[in-house]
Design a binder for this molecule. Structure first.
Ligand SMILES: [Zn+2]
Length: 567
């Protein structure tokens, strides 16, 4: 009893899971691709029935009708048509089993075998269409579905005027194995149906109860002689018959015209990189233009990282990577995927260590915003203590502390440091002797100036130090863009300067051909000098533009014709 209870519970769970997982979780339409094999009955030296009065052979009208059917179905999407033959030479024939094997080998969904009927004797009159299907009922697709299709075909032929003799089954009478199916029961009489169901060979063949039998439908469209002849006596009429078969297939399988089904989707953007908080719209185009349903379904592989709405608006939610897929609503096989990488936007104030500035002096702050390309807004909490301009240049105004904040408003991220403005006594005042100082930039020194030289010329208190950071660590002389820091006895940076040496564009403290190469590349627009300080250094003649004149100054200097004077 307990074992039975367990079995029942297990069965219920399996049924429950089946229901859950078999639900179509995707809303897009599935356009199934199916294979249909068309078999024009007879062919070659096998004529089939004959209308002697008009010299018409069944093999010829079978082939014509099949070609019309093929052409009709080829207008529909998701259908693969295979013909067992497209006309045989007069000395050829094609075995029934070989026709069936075309369907079996292609794992066809259906085989349609096209014939025209005849009575045994020319004196016997009969009319109407009849359809033969398998007698087997192991699966819906065998007898039940075949009968439904057969009835649609007969209905459509009826609209042409051909009477219906019904959908029929016919069984073998013999008792040998080859006339039986796997279970020993009588097999279907018509070879095309029998071999499609059980496979080749003169035995009972395979057990097709698992669905491995191929559905085959034999259609006797009309009688080749007698009163039915009026329905088949022109190619135009044969075409209508082929189309009647085709319409039944289209209706039963709900096929859609190729011109109405999406067959491609393109996106106007490739893989994207977005900052968290950023949105980007991706537009999808569905072809053909005549597609009935051009709606697009958007999906994200991970909506905790990237969200996408029904209009293709992609939003970066968190840092990571997700795939966004656009699926044609009218045909889910048509889709396009892009990868979206998301980056958390950040801002850091780089020189966070330099937090002191002497009253009246300036200190330059820099930010690191990674790959972002957007404006930074600088703000001082107390404008009376220190001001900051739009480029992060801080000026100490009054002794005290204030917070300087750099914000990327677009992403609402900020960084801040506290600036300490100090007042120095008269004797502590730092003076720059000989050199010219403007906005934290020192110029007007000789190019042979080294660190010792600088220390000598800065009139700084004894317990203070100077730290020079060269642009390149191999430098001997102070060149352009060296950073001079003045540190107090507690090793706090109290002042920062940047150096500028005219003609020394590359910052190595010596004037060489490398410097005029920079100028040359700038003039020729090969590579513009981007740094402001390098630009002003390259402008040797101080006329605010970089020209060949500046280049000449440097050349003359190198050739010892005329040395660049300090300014
Ligand atoms: Zn025939």
């Amino acid at each position: 009893m307990k074992i039975y209870a367990k079995k029942i519970v297990t069965t219920l769970i399996i049924i429950f899971l089946y229901i859950i997982f078999s639900k179509n979780l995707c809303f897009a339409e599935t356009v199934k691709t199916m294979t249909i094999v068309l078999d024009p009955g007879h062919g070659g030296h096998e004529f089939g029935s004959i209308n002697y009065d008009y010299g018409i052979m069944e093999k010829d009208i079978n082939l014509k009708t099949t070609r019309y059917l093929r052409d009709y179905l080829n207008n529909y999407y998701g259908i693969n048509i295979i013909m067992t033959h497209d006309g045989l030479a007069d000395n050829q024939e094609m075995e029934i089993v070989d026709r069936s094997m075309v369907a079996r080998n292609n794992n066809a969904d259906l085989l349609l075998c096209l014939h025209y009927n005849a009575t045994g004797s020319i004196y016997e009159e009969a009319n109407g269409a009849e359809v033969y299907v398998t007698s087997r009922r192991e699966q819906y697709k065998y007898y039940d579905e075949s009968k439904e299709i057969g009835e649609l075909i007969l209905r459509n032929l009826g609209r042409i005027g051909i009477a219906s003799r019904g959908v029929k089954t016919r069984l073998c009478n013999d008792t040998e194995e080859k006339w039986q199916y796997y279970d020993g029961s009588r097999a279907d009489y018509y070879g095309i149906i029998r071999y499609c169901m059980k496979g080749p060979g003169d035995d009972r063949g395979i057990n097709f109860s698992n669905g491995s039998g191929i559905q085959a439908i034999l259609i006797e469209h009309a009688f080749i002689r007698g009163s039915d002849f009026q329905f088949i006596n022109t190619d135009e009429k044969l075409k209508r018959i082929g189309e009647a078969d085709g319409q039944a297939i289209v209706e039963h399988f709900n096929l859609k015209l190729k011109t109405e089904v999406p067959n491609s989707i393109t996106l106007d953007k490739d893989d994207l990189t977005l900052f968290v908080g950023e949105k980007q719209t991706v537009n999808a185009t569905i072809k053909p233009d005549s597609a009935k349903n051009k709606k697009v379904i958007w999906k994200s592989s991970d909506s905790s990282i990237v969200k996408v709405d029904e209009n293709g608006v992609i939003e970066a939610i968190a840092e990571g990577t997700a795939k966004v897929t656009a699926i044609a609503d009218g045909n889910e096989a048509i889709k396009k995927e892009i990868t979206v990488n998301t980056i958390q936007p950040h801002i850091d104030i780089e020189n966070g260590a330099e937090t002191s500035v002497i009253e009246g002096n300036k200190i330059q702050l820099f930010t690191d915003i990674g790959k972002l390309d957007c404006d930074v807004v600088w703000k001082s909490e107390d404008e009376n203590i220190a001001s900051v301009d739009s480029n992060g240049l801080v000026q100490g105004l009054k002794a005290g502390n204030t917070k300087i904040t750099a914000t990327i408003e677009k992403f609402n991220v900020e960084a801040s440091i506290t600036i300490n403005v100090t007042k120095l006594s008269e004797e502590q005042k730092i003076e720059i002797i000989d050199y010219k100082e403007e906005n934290g930039v020192i110029s007007n020194f000789d190019r042979e100036t080294n660190k010792e030289n600088f220390i000598k010329h800065f009139n700084i208190p004894k317990d203070f130090e100077i730290n020079i950071t060269y642009l390149s660590k191999d430098n001997i002389y102070v060149g352009t863009s060296a950073k001079i820091e003045i540190l107090d006895s507690d090793k706090n940076v109290v002042q920062t300067y940047i150096t500028k040496l005219y003609g020394d564009v590359d910052g190595d403290g010596i004037i060489t051909a490398r410097d005029y190469t920079f100028i040359k590349n700038d003039i020729m627009n090969l590579k513009k000098i981007s740094s402001e300080i390098m630009k002003s250094t390259a402008d040797v003649d101080n006329d605010n533009v970089i020209t060949t004149r500046d280049y000449t100054f440097i050349k003359n200097d190198i050739m010892n014709l005329k040395k660049i004077e300090k300014r």
